[in-house]
Design a protein around this ligand. Sequence first.
Ligand SMILES: [Ca+2]
Length: 236
Amino acid sequence: MRKRTLAALATLALGAGGSLLFASPATAADFDFVDTPDPAPTSIDGSTVSRAIEVSGVASTIADVVITLDFHKVDGSCDAPGQGAAYSDEIGFSLASPAGTVVPLVLTYPDQPSYPDWQARPDRTQVTLSDSAATPLGAYPETGVFLPAQALSAFAGEDANGTWTLNVTDSVGADPLCYYGATLTISDEATPPGPNPPAPNPPAPTPPARSPPHSPAQSATKRNRIRLCVNAHSPL
Ligand SMILES: [Ca+2]
């Protein structure tokens, strides 16, 4: 009984080639991918370091991207921060998708000229950049949720799976940017239910075979029978 039930279910689920005729609808989900440098923090000073973030298992195309950056801009060195100006206008971040789309997240001076507190010496910072934030980045990146320099919606509709690249910049030598890591959050689209692949149309019914016409010999025999019948009822 159990085997029969399982066989019936398999018949419903599988086509002739063994492939699924109907795919289960997938719901939208959020996927987190964490980049942690070794050692942490990594000191970046007067250069750009590209961090590869491997993404896999995202079921459908990108609906939204959010990223959290964890860093400390210091005077002196990452091991021994000083008490002078940290020059926050040296900070720069950008993010590239596997498809090659690049979104600037934090602009380096002079692309971002509004750093009135460029000499600020903030504490270690976890800044989350999201298109849903209400506030643009201020005088310098600080802990909180802010709008990125350009919209992350540029990634919408792309395949998220593959290698993402986070470019981390400290534009001028002396006073490094100490990079602790990042968390890339990808929200995918829900997969609508439906046939996959579409079920083929049923074959057209075959018309019944017609009887062959009578052969000349059969027709002659039938005529002879009629003639004999007529002769049998004729008056003598
Ligand atoms: Ca520097």
